[in-house]
Design a protein around this ligand. Sequence first.
Ligand SMILES: [Zn+2]
Ligand SMILES: [Zn+2]
Length: 901
Amino acid sequence: MVDKTALRAKFTAEWEHHYKLDVLTSKGFSRHQCKTCGRHFWSLDANRTHCADSSCMGYEFIGKKTKDLSYVETWRGISKYFTQDSAVKHTEIKRFPVVSRWRDDLYFTNASIIDFQPYVVTGEVEPPANPLIVPQHCLRFNDVGNVGITGRHYTGFVMFGQHAFNTPKTGLFYWKNEALENDYQYLTKVIGVKPEDLTFQEDVWAGGGTFGPSIEYTANGMELGNCVFMQYQEMDDGTSRELSTKVIDMGAGLERLAWYTNGTPTSYEVTFGDVIRNMKRKTGVHLDEELFTRYAKLGGLVNMEDDDVKEKRDWVAQQLGMKADDLYGRLGSLHAMYAIADHLKTILYTTTDGMLPSNAGGGYNLRLLLRRVFGFNSEYAFNFDYGKILEDHAKMLKGFDDSLQEGLQTAIDVVLEDEKKFMQLQETGKKKMQVVVERLKKENKPLQKQELVTLYESHGIPYELAVDAAKKGGVHVEEVFNFYDAIGVSNEKKKEKAVKAYPGIEKLPATKTLYYDLLYADEFSAKVLAVDGNNVILDQTLFYPEGGGQSYDTGTLNGVGVKSVQKIQNRILHEVENPAAFHAGMEVKGFISRERRANLMHNHTATHVLNATCREVLGNHVWQAGAHKEWDKAHLDITHYKKLTEEEVRKIEAKVNLRAQQTIPVHKFVMDRGKAEQQFGFRIYQGGFVPGKELRIVQIEGVDVQACGGTHINNTGEIGFFKILKTESVQDGIERLTYATGVPALEWVHEKEDKLQQLTDVTRVPEQDIVQGVQKLQEEYKALRKKVEELQEFYLTSMGKELVGKAKGSKIVEIVKGLSQQDTLKLAQLLVNANEALAVVLVSRDANFVVAMSGKMSSYNAKNAIQTMLSFVKGSGGGSEKVGQAKLQSLDGIDVALMKI
Ligand SMILES: [Zn+2]
Ligand SMILES: [Zn+2]
């Protein structure tokens, strides 16, 4: 791993080589060292002592408008410069999805370069255009606590990416001088930065075994971009060499650029435009412009994630001549509004790109955002119409990002569904908070971070609501500033469990696969390369190894059963019943179970058809969240935010059957990864990340295209009959459809028919009347039950009367028959209610149970009676002075026991 501090020192020493660029010196820029942060920077001002970073000078651009550009117009200006005016013309490409399904490490796209890793950056796959610019919407969840407060933090923002991939094949498009010239030109001309305000800061960058210098652009306290030069590769022996593919990776936040042009107190005013204007109008939240502007300039110095945030916040308040509580209290509703606007925008993007709120994985982050939205809305009683806010976002970005129009309606549904869940939680949450507040008050303790974490994780109570409830209840809250790290908000995908290591396997050649070409064969010959434990490895095989959610083939090798087939590092291992029958070098004849394989193929292709059909019927938010294909049945998990209705299931089922009848051709081919993404879009990654610069594509004409390594039939007609057997929610936000095709599907229908037949046999109601027949039986049963209850009541009452008649004095002791434990208790209660001076001891013969009860006016001790009895009969029990009961092992000795009480 490259050590950045060491690298920085090295590059600073070699500054003339890395940072002294003609583009700077020819314009008159000279090198300086910042007196505050110590970093080196380049400026036109020969006497400049401080760099233009916000932590070294505050937000000096606030209140100084440079251009009258809206958020979208800022992008248009940048786009025009790079596509028309720059010396080397760039191509503007469409943004990639915010859900980074093409990667195995991240849930969400968090920088523009993410679009091109790993294969474009290494030069193995061609980029969609070269050089290019992209307005890449990015999501970041590491600063959730800062969003709305600092004026610059977002969970969702557009990174303007400027990239040139200089590969050995393309040659050099441009390098440092040209990159900086381009950025100097657009910053001064489009954004309106005065050249004398602009500083270029020297920095370094390292990641994934490559590294290089980088230069940061700042002006008046604002970071306006960062240009990374991917230049060197770290070698195993610690040395380094120049990369053969050199990449320009310049990223700049569009929000910041638009903010700089407008000089508004926060960037939110510009980024959210009409959205925030309408929100302010709706709530009537106005701000003290003068105070807010003074605050905003200082606000740049505060980061909620820093350790010294409390001191800094206090300091800011002091500068404004206010108490911290008073200042932040006044700003609170505004901060909450900005956060709501940001969070809902993120939900609009993720819903459009197919990730829904849930309680696991990336969806966990989204659920948290919505909880915050609902929490703020309730805390400040905003009463927002979320649908309207989402609509305003989509409207504002029309022409810039039209995909949002497609996701809008679903996003509204998703938010409303999640709000229902939140409301249900609210009731129990409020009670829980009351209990917590009472306890803390009694113990005279503050509400601390660990408890806040538990309240969110176990009870769904958002941080802000918990704090609010505690403060209102008079409990001190310990200030917590990095709460969102503590609850595990993360963009990193959990690694799949590592494949079993198989030492020495790399010495064997990769197994030649026959199952793609000989799709309908069931026989093959091969040579044994090795036998290892129970596994036989061949030079080639027709056996499909488990993978891509498809189960393995079974069959025989030389008549010996093959139990399981797995693939490890491109070698296929056949687990056989008798490994002693094989040795390296021998020829074998293999057979695969044709029926099993055929069903697996039918089910796999049906899965693709089903997935596409679910998307058509339920909406564009549907993605495959998981799938498993066995020979007799299969299941597909889809992203969806509510239970499927019977009507939807029928519609989906009918459409899949129709597509089978339409005998649609299924094509399978290998294709360059970048080309496949451009031609078919990112929907090809339904199964998640697929490694390699080339992809195997399965295309069902006009229905579905996916990157998939499974065995697929040539025509949907082979699916035959398709039947959905069951649907269920397997996880919040994920619905599972279980289904079968062909004969197994028919067998399932037969089973249902058999059950119906049995039902008509048992009830003796003919099939056509079965529903009414069962209903009638049920009604009769209910009526009979009621009758039985009445009779029981009558029986108890008359038995009670009889006992009262027999009673001598103030105590009844009796062994009763035909009464359950419940009825015995009831009878005792009946008796002491009727005569409050009475005490009763009843033994139920049927239930091996005894109850002692003493009336309100009776002085008889029921507990003592039970204890005395338990010294004569085996059993356990206890009670109070008024009621005692015991469960007895047997009634042996009960007569003696009853005489003793
Ligand atoms: Zn500085
Ligand atoms: Zn597949």
